[in-house]
Design a protein around this ligand. Sequence first.
Ligand code: NAD
Length: 265
Amino acid sequence: MYKKAAKIIRKAKRVAAFTGAGISVESGIPPFRGEGGLWTQYDPNFLEIGHFKHSPKASWELLKKIFYDGLADAQPNAAHLTLAAMEKRHLLETVITQNIDGLHRKAGNRKVYEFHGTLKTLICLGCSKEYPLSEVDLSFLPPECRLCGGLLKPDVVLFGEPIPEPANSQSFFEAEIADVLLVIGSSGEVMPACIIPFVAKGHGATVIEVNLNESQFTHQVTDVFLQGKATEAMTELGEALALTRSDRSRTTGNKTSTEEQHEHP
Ligand code: NAD
């Protein structure tokens, strides 16, 4: 299966990856659904824009606990690093991600479309000023705009909000022109993101899927299903693609981390 997938990727003219929460689970960030998923503990309504505006302090406290407290320490794992190595080796054009954790960029991928935005930026609901996370003190919640005093919101798509441009149209365009889509760790249950693999397939792409479990895609669009943990499956795929250990390393400041250091956080 891995050799088959590698052969398809090597022969392709344009490969895109489409990633979901599952790729970051082994970096210590829980998904929404499945084992250990956030919806087993929390009500999804807390991520609704109306609720956020009505109860900003309570919403922020939960957002901080769930996403922000562990974010600075979260490191890309072997699956993120393999995607970065594939881009470096011209085996991958772009990453379309539903994730908001910034780990693809941290791993070294340069062409990343963040379909649901990013936690690394905050935006003022009053005057639209943007703040990098590093400039905002999250010890006082909810954080407020220094210019107008408005409420700051993570620059992520809450339920009830539109998908940001240009990530929206660029993601669909990439799906249309890719001849291979590598889908990793997505349940396929979040609209409209889950349409992307169907669009790729409809335009003739071969779909390779990596997931621990079957998803909404597996029996509908997937041509090659690599079942397993994202880190293990992507390491094996990287080997089948003849990526070297140094391809899959990442330089962070003065220290180089390899996929092995992140495989079992
Ligand atoms: P999801 O939570 O609906 O489903 C997770 C999927 O990952 C499941 O199919 C599951 O089988 C699979 N999975 C779990 N662990 C895995 C592993 N170790 N290796 C491979 N696959 C694994 O995820 P989704 O489809 O991305 O949709 C949820 C939404 O949640 C997204 O829109 C995203 O914005 C948001 N989200 C993001 C993060 C993040 O940024 N890391 C975390 C939680 C939720």
